[in-house]
Write a protein that binds this ligand. Structure first.
Ligand SMILES: [Zn+2]
Length: 426
């Protein structure tokens, strides 16, 4: 049941209207309300938010919930609980499940499961190609009718430029964004770490930035031709940032995201072959990290997304070459982003919250990202000063594969509310 809440004395940040003030925020009937619109005798449940930041619920545009098919790694139930603990009120679920989400009935199954077992909103995406094989179009119109918010073959990338052009034409017609995992696979083939100094020192096969940049440039040209809304996922290279910046200047409909780990780490972290630093795209050089930080600050990169990719310990505890790509991120994203951007004075809190909530909502065309009266009461209460140590054993996610274990971080989500219902409280 959603009650009547008065969040009192917090710093209220609403990037959707530039609001930044200390005050009280009211929730009734699952929505934000202006208390003058309610009877004076309304009895409120007080939540003390003093010293804390009250923000629109965070929105993660890139999450692998692993259902259907791999519940040992994550489920919709566990993944959405991890999301709530991270301050997220909505997540966009990637379609590389088993089976892949390339048919309307799979989308229907995910939506129903999310309604029954999810504690935050789950927005499904559908595949671009059948089985994510990059050979034949998936039934894009039926996927849209089934309720997907975007189309993506994430984890893979359509290599055939002719097919990609057709995909973009359909996506433009259906007005659905394409979330592209940019990887030219003949160039990245066999690569497990960024190609550069560290791949040479460690004797590991390199994944050149060129693999990403080739697809970013190809897709920018195709988006320009077709008018499709192109969104480049998890950018990792300085060259990609430059390409997106130039395209935006030309007026191409392109947006981009970056992960907290690409903002926080470089490939130097691989020095002791820890597979918790193995992800796709791989961690880049210091110059790449600099460019990504510049890109997120100047708006070339629109928002931050976790690429939460759970894997079982036994899968990660193998030789580096054989370990799967990916790390979990929902429960560390806010703190790592705050450490990397706010503490280093690259962004202030309103700037960070915009890139974790308001902007992803706008790019994806989903509700949220606002505290305006009348909007669904999706919010997070953050203690910006709370120091804590990342302990993977305490994660609500079913998986523990994080490169941030043991990190001393500052900034923690104290409470998360979805449609006026408290779904997380520390
Ligand atoms: Zn990806």
């Amino acid at each position: 049941m959603s009650g009547f809440y008065r969040l009192s004395g917090g710093r209220i940040l609403d990037p959707s209207c530039g609001r930044d003030e200390v005050g009280d925020l009211f929730v009734a009937g699952g929505r934000f309300v202006d208390p003058v619109s309610l009877p004076a005798e309304t009895s409120w449940e007080w939540i003390d938010a003093s010293g804390r930041i009250v923000t629109p619920g965070l929105i993660d545009a890139h999450v692998h919930l692993r259902e259907p098919g791999e519940p040992q790694k994550e489920t919709i139930a566990s993944g959405t609980r991890a999301a709530a603990a991270g301050g997220f009120t909505a997540v966009v679920a990637m379609p590389n499940t088993r089976p892949p989400a390339d048919q309307p009935n799979t989308i229907g199954w995910i939506r129903e499961r999310a309604r029954e077992q999810g504690v935050v909103r789950v927005y499904p995406t559908g595949c671009l190609s059948e089985g994510r094989k990059g050979e034949k179009l998936a039934p894009l119109a039926s996927l849209r009718a089934a309720g997907v918010v975007a189309l993506t073959d994430d984890g893979g990338c359509i290599q055939d430029a002719g097919l990609m052009r057709r995909v973009m034409e359909y996506a433009a017609m259906l007005d659905l964004p394409i979330l592209e995992h940019c990887e030219e696979s003949s160039v990245s083939a066999g690569g497990v770490v960024h190609e550069g100094y560290w791949s040479a020192v460690l004797g590991l096969r390199g994944w050149p930035s060129l693999a990403e940049e080739l697809i970013v440039s190809r897709d920018i040209l195709l988006a320009e031709l077709t008018g499709a809304r192109l969104h480049c996922q998890h950018l990792s290279s300085a060259g990609s940032v430059r390409l997106v910046r130039e395209a935006k200047r030309r007026g191409v409909r392109v947006t981009a995201e970056v992960t907290p780990h690409h903002l926080a780490l470089t490939d130097e972290a691989l020095a002791d072959y820890d597979t918790n630093f193995k992800m796709n795209p791989p961690l880049g050089s210091e110059a790449d990290r600099e460019a990504l930080r510049e890109g997120i600050v100047d708006g070339t990169i629109d928002f931050i997304a976790s690429d939460h990719a759970p894997h079982c310990s036994f899968e990660k505890e193998v030789e580096f070459d054989r370990a799967p790509f990916g790390i979990v991120g929902l429960e560390t994203m806010l703190a790592v982003a705050a450490e990397t951007l706010v503490k280093m004075k690259l962004l202030d809190w309103p700037g960070l919250v915009a890139r974790l909530s308001t902007i992803p909502a706008r790019v994806l065309g989903v509700p949220g990202g606002t505290l305006a009266a009348g909007a669904p009461a999706d919010l997070a209460v953050i203690d910006p000063n709370l120091q804590w140590t990342v302990n993977p054993q305490a994660f609500l996610s079913r998986s523990r594969n994080t490169p941030f274990a043991g990190w001393e971080v500052q900034g923690r989500v104290m409470l998360t509310m979805v449609e006026g219902k408290i779904v997380w409280r520390l």
